[in-house]
Write a protein that binds this ligand. Structure first.
Ligand code: HEC
Ligand code: HEC
Length: 650
């Protein structure tokens, strides 16, 4: 028996050895690097947990000398420990990280628990805000509770998380999204509302990514090595730049973007291809990892936001059809209104009015008509975020008694009377359905067209991508202010400069600015529009969302005056005055839950001018003018063919 056992053991040993031998014959050596990276990550993860543990005990020792100082110091240490693992942790667990570990200090919708729809701000970012506030001792209880919750959250996820694996592809994508995170959240100060440690923390993240990437060194062929050394050199330059430029207000984000962020984002991708590492992305992030540029139309995957679309949103035939529908008043009851009435291509797809004219005399829409440029890069639509689907958005217009004031059935009945329309619909949807003209195809086609209204060829974009050698110095200074001292980039996130949250861009934020009814320094009155909390969605009916509005893009703002959800600001100068004074609170209005800091930005006149130059440098409607559109003819309805002029058909 004993003997048999022995033989069995030896056989096992031999099998194991030969297995691993054959395995290593077939596996390229770099195939193992991701495992080394994950092992190192596991150690760093434990360090982070220990730092939180120490933070809890530091906080409890309230009677000790220099308590406040020690708590601050320990929080900084804890945050730094997190910054070492963040690029991987956040990549693998984006929702968990956002909800419990280091999300913005805003209440968030809880997707997993239906009864508790809002969870309060949590994690490191909230702690940064609390611990670095002036009244640390008064917020003792919350600080203590939040730290314990953080410890629990990390303990809860640790085992399942560390038993997960990290693929080669994950390594590259996490490095690349890590670079984006540094640029969009670290260097803007988004992450560190209290301590202002953004640059130091970015340095820590950069070093951690550099170290992970360095692990490839020993496994490469000569050809790969050259590329590897080049990339390592860019990492080193980034580290050096962050070491040498520690002042938040004067940090040159443009230089950092061009010298470090862009080359890393691009070259890590080509290195990944050089190693033949799979490029297929999981559909969990909106970032399209096949893009080589941060400031480019394809950096975000529009298909992510419209993934439940009736037909592929990039289908040419649908787009062509949608374009005709967008400009055709046949969709409105009175044949006098099309989408373009309020979203005019000559005005950046807005309409120049405070609020839009409707089909009733002297009655306007409730809100200002926003631009549709780059609107597809978001998971939520309308100022109050009441719609989460670009296709379904169309129904709001069709059925609104002040807008198209019609139903889909009536539109279908009309469109079927035009052989031209029937042909266009058959071409786009013939494969899907025999009855091609229906609610879904109409909505899908219009959404497909709206999704093409993207503008990433502005002078700013071209300069950043290196396609233009110059951009005026005022606009460059404005960009640096936007992403730094003026804090605009902490809400209008790069690259779309809207509320889609980096580095994965899956969620879209709304904010409370305290916008007055009209911009005036004489007795301003807070706008009464309830905003997001009144949008009819159960999960949004929360006081934190009172007067909260979608963070829209500032791209093409030059073309889209007047501004804000109520059109209450005539010029960009007024908008900037408002921000400079600290929004509604700064104006002395009584605003609950304002999420914009209520103190002055202390921008002088020159800086305000620079910010406006930057906004102007974001203007681009290249290729988006529709040209001449021949509206389809209706054979049996001659008077419909005169549409475009207001014709009442009742
Ligand atoms: C009568 C004017 C009017 C017409 C016609 C109109 N819109 Fe709008 N549109 C608006 C206004 C006003 C808003 C903002 C409403 C709100 O947020 O409550 C808006 C918002 C939108 C949004 C959301 C933008 C964002 O940033 O979230 C989209 C998308 C949109 N419209 C597309 C269309 C399409 C497509 C059509 C044609 C089917 C259309 N609109 C017709 C006035 C109009
Ligand atoms: C706290 C988040 C936040 C910050 C910080 C912020 N914005 Fe905004 N911004 C918003 C929101 C939300 C809106 C829409 C508000 C509304 O309509 O009520 C907006 C609207 C705008 C608009 C008007 C867009 C339009 O089409 O009507 C401009 C322009 C603008 N912001 C520029 C800036 C600039 C420049 C800065 C920096 C000085 C800045 N924002 C800082 C959240 C923010």
């Amino acid at each position: 028996m004993l003997k048999l056992n022995k033989i069995f053991q030896i056989t096992c040993f031999v099998i194991l050895v030969s297995c691993s031998l054959t395995k290593s014959e077939y596996m390229s050596p770099e195939g193992e690097v991701h495992k080394l990276i994950f092992t190192q990550y596991g150690h760093d993860f434990s360090d982070f947990q220990n730092e939180i543990q120490t933070l809890t005990s530091t906080i409890t020792a309230k009677n000790k000398k220099d308590w406040e100082f020690k708590v601050k110091e320990q929080l900084s240490r804890t945050r730094i420990a997190y910054k070492k693992i963040e690029f991987i942790f956040d990549y693998l667990e984006p929702n968990y990280a956002y909800l419990y570990i280091n999300g913005g200090p805003l209440p968030k919708l809880h997707k997993e628990v239906s009864e508790v729809d809002i969870i309060p701000p949590n994690g490191l970012q909230r702690l940064d805000e609390l611990i670095f506030s002036e009244e640390l001792s008064t917020s003792y209880q919350e600080v203590s509770d939040k730290t314990k919750e953080l410890l629990q959250a990390i303990r809860f996820i640790k085992d399942s998380h560390l038993s997960d694996t990290l693929s080669q592809q994950n390594v590259f994508e996490s490095l690349r999204s890590g670079v984006v995170r540094i640029f969009t959240l670290g260097l803007t100060g988004f992450d560190t509302p209290g301590s202002g440690n953004g640059i130091l923390e970015s340095l820590v993240s950069m070093r951690a990514m550099h170290n992970a990437f360095s692990m490839y060194r020993s496994t490469l062929t000569n050809k790969q090595k050259d590329r590897f050394e080049e990339i390592l050199e860019v990492f080193n330059q980034g580290i050096q730049y962050l070491e040498q430029n520690r002042d938040f207000d004067t940090f040159d984000r443009m230089t950092f973007l061009k010298r470090v962020v862009n080359p890393l984002y691009k070259n890590l991708y080509s290195f990944q291809k050089l190693l033949h590492v799979d490029e297929r992305s999981l559909n969990r992030h909106a970032q399209d990892y096949n893009s080589t540029q941060l400031f480019a139309e394809n950096f975000l995957d529009l298909g992510y936001y419209s993934q439940f679309a009736f037909n592929d949103i990039k289908n040419e035939a649908s787009i062509e059809l949608g374009k005709v529908l967008f400009y055709d008043p046949i969709l409105s009851h009175n044949l006098d209104m099309s989408c373009s009435t309020c979203h005019n291509p000559n005005l950046g797809f807005s309409d120049g009015l405070i609020k839009s004219a409707t089909n009733l005399h002297n009655v306007t829409t409730k809100r200002n008509s926003p631009t549709l440029l780059d609107v597809g890069y978001s998971s939520k639509y309308f100022w109050d975020m009441r719609e989460h689907d670009l296709e379904k958005q169309v129904a709001h217009v069709v059925e609104d008694s002040l807008e198209f004031n019609i139903g889909f059935k009536e539109i279908e009945k009309r469109l079927k009377q035009s052989s031209e329309y029937v042909k266009l619909f058959d071409e786009a949807y013939g494969r899907i359905s025999s009855n091609t003209i229906n609610r879904r195809s109409i909505s899908n086609a219009i959404a497909a067209y709206v999704n093409t209204l993207n503008s990433f060829d502005s002078p700013f974009d071209k300069y950043v991508r290196g396609e233009a050698s110059d951009l005026n110095t005022s606009a460059i200074a404005g960009f640096n202010l936007f992403m730094g001292k003026a804090a605009c980039g902490t809400c209008h996130f790069a690259p779309v400069f809207n509320g889609s949250v980096p580095p994965f861009y899956t969620d879209a934020e709304s904010e409370v600015l305290g916008v007055p009814q009209k911009y005036t320094s004489l007795r301003p009155i807070l706008d009464k529009d309830q905003g997001r909390s009144g949008n009819g969605r159960r999960g949004d009916a929360h006081p934190h969302y009172d007067n909260s509005f979608k963070t829209v893009t500032v791209r093409n703002a030059e073309l889209t005056a007047p501004y804000m959800h109520n059109g209450g600001f005539e010029t960009l100068e007024e908008v900037l005055d408002f921000y400079n004074i600290g929004g509604g609170l700064g104006m002395g209005l009584d605003v609950d839950h304002q999420t914009l800091a209520g103190d002055s930005l202390l921008l002088n006149e020159v800086e305000v001018g620079q910010l406006i130059s930057f906004l102007h440098a974001l203007t681009d409607t290249t290729g988006l003018q529709p040209g001449k559109i021949d509206l389809p003819k209706f054979e049996g309805q001659p008077y419909w063919n005169k549409r475009g002029e207001p014709i009442i058909i009742d």
